[in-house]
Design a protein around this ligand. Structure first.
Ligand SMILES: C[S@@+](CC[C@H](N)C(=O)[O-])C[C@H]1O[C@@H](n2cnc3c(N)ncnc32)[C@H](O)[C@@H]1O
Length: 244
């Protein structure tokens, strides 16, 4: 990473109220690993240094807004892709255990290799589908938090995440701007699944000013056994939401 890239990372993090000086060497290494892996396989669409700094690193760190991860014992990153937001979050919060989950093995192979290279003992990547884990007693109702970024519409996320959360746990979903229709469907879906939308935090991405929304869904009851539906159904037939 160039000195300009490092300065951009410091500035973006500072706008979020975060200090990343101690983690700069690790971010430099992560940038190199991502760019090297991207030359071999198409891991992420973002390829330039500026895009990776702002739209992967800083954007991931925005999940720390509102301190929703504080005190969490086990955080699942649903649909982590190349490790976002899990890897930047794990760098900033070494005391929190993260489980980056993705259904695509080559992505999880990268996340595992990157976590090892960065010496991140608090990262345990997992290959699989959220629907499968959500019905597996070893994972159902096992997580304090589920974070996710750019994975699916809110009603779909609610069905994938709420079965995995312990009662009292929270889904922290980072999205772009959200329509009123999606939010309404998400509220109804959350209600059906034992959850409640407790926060809709609209903000702008540091430096770039792109619109973002952090949506928090709290698990206030139990998720009925019939959820999640089988693999692919939550996304193909989102609860309470026809307007896709
Ligand atoms: C658009 S990518 C976003 C990746 C990453 N969160 C980011 O922001 O860069 C969505 C990822 O979610 C994964 N995914 C989608 N549905 C999933 C499911 N039901 N279970 C596990 N992973 C899923 C996909 O394989 C893909 O890697």
């Amino acid at each position: 990473m160039t000195p300009e890239g490092e300065a951009l990372l410091r500035r973006g993090a500072a706008e979020l109220g975060l200090q990343v000086d101690a983690q700069i060497p690790a971010f430099v290494q992560l940038m190199a690993l991502l760019q090297e892996a991207n030359r071999k396989v198409n891991l992420t669409a973002l390829k330039t240094e500026t895009d990776i700094v702002l739209k992967h690193f800083v954007d991931s760190l925005s999940c720390l807004r509102g301190e929703h991860l504080d005190g969490a014992q086990q955080v699942l990153d649903l649909g982590t892709g190349a490790g976002f937001p899990a890897l930047p979050l794990a760098l900033l919060r070494p005391e929190i255990p993260f489980v980056p989950l993705d259904s695509i093995r080559k992505k999880i192979d990268f996340v595992r290799a990157a976590a090892e290279a960065l010496g991140l003992n608090n990262v345990q990547p997992q290959v699989g589908r959220a629907e499968t884990l959500g019905r597996d007693p070893a994972h159902r109702e096992s997580y304090d938090r589920v974070v996710c970024r750019a994975v699916a519409a809110l009603p779909v996320l609610a069905e994938l995440a709420l079965p995995l959360l312990k009662p009292g746990g929270r889904l922290v979903a980072q999205k772009g701007p959200i329509s009123e229709e999606e939010l309404q469907a998400g509220r109804r879906a959350a209600g059906e699944l034992g959850g409640r939308v407790t926060e809709v935090d609209a903000f702008t991405l540091p430096v770039l000013g792109d619109a973002r929304t952090l949506i928090v869904v709290e698990k206030v009851g139990r998720t009925p056994k019939k959820y999640p539906r089988r693999e692919g159904v939550p996304a193909a037939q989102p609860l309470f939401w026809a307007a896709r």
